[in-house]
Write a protein that binds this ligand. Structure first.
Ligand code: G
Ligand code: G
Ligand code: MN
Ligand code: NA
Length: 254
């Protein structure tokens, strides 16, 4: 309850920050987009991980307002970044179960894009595989409305949530993010490597992008490149960074 009160105060005072982790396209060796990851700078306790407060925001319903603040900041920062790059990047924002049950979400997103004069292909929404499977009935019409706006959908933590491939076919999905548990033990774990190869091949045939998360080692990177998983995210290239530090990272990587 105390955390709930503090979260409410933080929302009013706008004390959340958004960090950005680059996604690198391996064949062209370039940062092509960023995942937005919220941070709470608590006045006494310092940085608090979203793993701690997102579940509470979700339970209390405060996530809808928090999610909008994140989307707002992410669009604003993307416009700022794209004005300073000589090419265009996208931003991927995580959506929680409650946000995906909000029938006002598509209209909100439509309005958001026009306020920032942002073409929809520069915004991607990440939804975990388990969220999708848990509330398909409620989310499907909302997801289709989002698709109509031209916004891309990405399935987060892919491989951990028992999604059926027939569902995948029905959904307006643009990319799959391979959960970092499959990347962690490369090159030691042959099974993980076989799974990543298979998912990459399937994604290619279904015309889906595939992103590997949690890439930390050069050997992991080499394997992913070889197996056709062309987009990667992880500490190997960069941790999540505040907006002002992202540009230097884009310069360093290319
Ligand atoms: O950045 P970090 O690894 O600490 O994030 C921990 C978890 O919090 C991740 O699972 C991530 O998806 C989630 N998360 C981070 N930012 C957001 C956000 O803006 N909205 C939602 N719903 N989840 C987020
Ligand atoms: O939305 P998702 O659950 O995928 O959130 C990504 C989380 O993974 C964030 O908390 C981010 O800080 C974390 N992360 C990003 N890159 C790496 C990495 O290379 N290794 C590990 N262990 N965690 C990472
Ligand atoms: Mn994510
Ligand atoms: Na993930």
């Amino acid at each position: 309850l105390e955390v709930e009160t503090e979260l409410r105060t933080a929302l009013v005072e706008k004390s959340f920050e958004v960090y950005y982790q680059p996604q690198v396209n391996l064949p062209i060796a370039k940062v092509v987009g960023f995942e937005a990851l919220v941070r709470w700078k608590h006045p006494e306790r310092g940085m608090i991980s979203p793993a701690e407060f997102i579940p509470i925001a979700e339970e209390t319903g405060l996530i809808v307002e928090l999610g909008r603040q994140v989307l707002e900041q992410a669009c604003q920062d993307l416009v700022w970044l794209n004005q300073r790059l000589d090419y265009r990047c996208y931003v991927a924002v995580n959506l929680s179960p409650r946000q995906l049950k909000d029938p006002d979400l598509p209209a909100y997103l439509d309005n958001l894009l026009s306020r920032y004069d942002l073409p929809p292909q520069y915004l991607e929404l990440e939804i975990t595989e388990s969220t999708l499977m848990d509330q398909m009935d409620l989310s499907l019409p909302i997801l289709h409305a989002i698709e109509q706006l031209g916004i891309s959908l990405s399935i987060d933590d892919f491989g951990t949530g028992y999604s059926s491939l027939s569902y995948l076919k029905q959904l307006p999905v643009h990319s799959l993010k391979i959960d970092r548990s499959f990347v962690r033990d490369i090159p030691g774990d042959r099974d993980d490597m076989a799974i990543i190869s298979a998912v990459s091949a399937m994604a290619a045939k279904l015309n889906l992008e595939v992103v590997a998360e949690g890439v930390e080692e050069r050997e992991q990177l080499m394997f992913l490149k070889e197996t056709g998983c062309h987009l990667v995210q992880g500490y190997y290239f960069s941790p999540p960074l505040p907006r002002d530090k992202v540009l230097a990272t884009c310069e360093r990587i290319r």
